[in-house]
Write a protein that binds this ligand. Structure first.
Ligand code: XMP
Length: 520
């Protein structure tokens, strides 16, 4: 049986990482330079497990992280990533206060609880409500009624929001407070959805449950249809990534901030990260272009000393020495990637950086020795790249893939009938002027001469994060099925590689046909 599963004829061609990469050590290799060989499999793609442990206190259900970039990750993206089992790193190109509130928005987000419901006032006319529904294109017609202090007065049911009642006041049409079903915010407990689900089971015909605080101020709204959708999602294979208190996980990036004398501003860094920890942040990422540097190492040391249990990501590096240095300083997960990003020009501007698969191999070996994890950061354009990266890394960080999503910051722009969103490198002039210059070791003062290491670009609008991740996850699971890998450790253990020629590359993409529809 074993003979059917393996053959010695394969061995000289398809090699495991520890043979393949040292044998190709004169050449920097990236995703398209290699392909993975198939292996005997008893694993169906849909049965593969994608969870990954990045640090003792940081476990994700899918190995995907959205980049800490100002056109990629703010609260909305971080919520969508965590809801799908991954993680978002909130960028730091904003005032520290704002970053704290972005983290709070993620940590306080209750999936299924509408935290700022649309309300109406008692002295409005039903006609005004109808106009608002029309103007704002609401697909619902039931509204909590609150007074000028936000105190709950009643519920305006959709049954009475009709043109024939247009001239009546909301106060005359509402269901009074005493008859409205509510729950106290503090009674929601660890699993608010289960609570709401139970309520709807027990209250036949009631479709809305309002959440109030001790002073009867409106704090949220559950609808039965949302709860039913979430109950269905709970049977989904990949659960949201949550902390021990059942809140979505959230990461935040910080820089190695310096004071006016050019010294590391320890106090400011500690105050800022202290604030993030207070808000419940699950991991901080000391994010710079050159992680194998004293400033980054010292920042990690300061944070490790002050927050012994806080998971710390640090980077970016592309050498084993860089990984060892950051691990010794106290980092748990190391970002690997210098110049592979879709908006990066570091290799062109500075002449520095290593093609990603070679960098990942070298770094992964040092990381295993130091018992830290590796995050493959940048250059990923398709799910196949993720499968290749995950043969060496514990998770991937993507910017461009998520920048066109609805949940990324910024508006949709229409050009020539097509829809786009802005995507820019954190080392682009515009982003550095907005605050990210420290990440590239450049002066913060925008009037001084700076060398940009990134570009400003557009990404085609691509819908929701749910949709994009579903495609990517499908691809990862398919790759794992081909390698007979039931989980990510098995994928790392089983992978065998071979170089691809330019002709092999052409063969790998659709060719010699007129393409009618892309795979998506
Ligand atoms: P992708 O390929 O996913 O890359 O779009 C995102 C990653 O690129 C890094 N990044 C930059 N690198 N100049 C660079 O050289 C830049 O301006 C820049 N901005 C972001 C970062 O690691 C991100 O996760």
């Amino acid at each position: 049986m074993a003979a059917m599963r393996q053959s010695g004829f394969d061995d000289p061609f398809y090699q495991p990482a520890d043979q393949f990469f040292p044998a190709n050590n004169k050449l920097g290799l990236t995703f398209d330079d290699i392909t993975l060989a198939t292996l005997y499999s008893e694993v169906l793609p849909r049965d593969t497990q994608l969870d990954t442990q990045l640090a003792e206190n940081l476990h994700l259900n899918i190995p995907a992280i959205s980049s800490d970039m100002d056109t990629v990750t703010e609260a909305r993206m971080a919520i969508a990533m965590a809801a799908n089992g991954g993680l978002g790193l909130i960028h730091y190109n904003m005032p520290e206060r704002q970053q704290l509130s972005e983290v709070s928005r993620v940590k306080n987000h209750v999936h299924g609880l509408i935290q700022e419901p649309i309300t109406v006032a008692p002295d409005q006319l039903i006609g005004d409500v109808l106009k608002m529904i029309e103007e704002r294109k609401f697909a619902f017609g039931t509204f909590p009624v609150v007074d000028e202090h936000g105190k709950l007065v009643g519920l305006l049911s959709g049954h009475v929001v009709k043109p024939r009642y247009a001239k009546r006041k909301v106060a005359a049409a509402l269901t009074p407070r005493a008859q409205v079903h509510t729950i106290r915010q503090k009674e929601l407990g660890k699993d608010p959805i289960a609570h709401a689900d139970k309520f709807f089971n027990e209250h036949l015909g009631i479709h809305k449950l309002l959440v109030v605080d001790d002073k009867d101020h409106l704090r949220g709204l559950f609808t039965m249809s949302d709860i039913e959708r979430i109950a269905m999602e709970r049977n989904a294979q990949f659960k949201p990534a949550r902390d021990a208190r059942f809140h979505l996980v959230c990461g935040a990036a910080v820089s190695a901030t310096r004071n006016a004398f050019g010294e590391l501003d320890r106090e400011r860094i500690l105050t800022h990260v202290g604030g993030l920890v207070e808000r419940g942040v699950d991991v901080v990422a000391v994010s710079t272009a050159h992680g194998h540097s004293k400033g980054v190492g010292d920042t990690v040391k300061v944070l490790r000393g002050a927050f012994p249990k806080l998971p710390i990501i640090a980077g970016n590096v592309t050498s084993a020495a860089g990984v060892e240095y950051l691990a010794d300083c106290g980092a748990n997960a190391i970002k690997v990637g210098q110049g592979p990003g879709s908006i990066c020009t570091t290799r062109i501007v500075a002449g520095v950086g290593i093609p990603q698969m070679t960098a990942l191999y070298v770094c992964s070996r040092a990381a295993a020795k130091k018992k830290v994890t590796v995050l493959a950061d940048g250059g990923i354009t398709k799910s196949g790249d993720i499968v290749k990266a995950l043969t060496l890394a514990q998770a991937v960080i993507c910017g461009g893939i998520f920048a066109g999503c609805n949940e990324a910051p910024g508006d949709v722009i229409e050009i020539g009938g097509k829809l786009y969103k802005q995507y820019r490198g954190m080392g682009s002039l515009a982003a550095m002027k907005a605050g990210s210059a420290a990440r590239y070791g450049q002066p913060a003062n925008p009037t001084q001469k700076v060398a940009a290491e990134g570009i400003e670009a557009l990404k085609e609008a691509c819908g929701s994060v749910d949709r994009v991740l579903a495609q990517l996850i499908g691809g990862i699971q398919s790759g794992m099925g081909y390698l007979g890998a039931a989980n990510l450790p098995q994928l790392r253990e089983k992978a065998r590689y071979i170089r691809v020629s330019p002709a092999g590359m052409r063969e790998a993409a659709p060719h010699d046909v007129v393409e009618l529809k892309t795979g998506n």
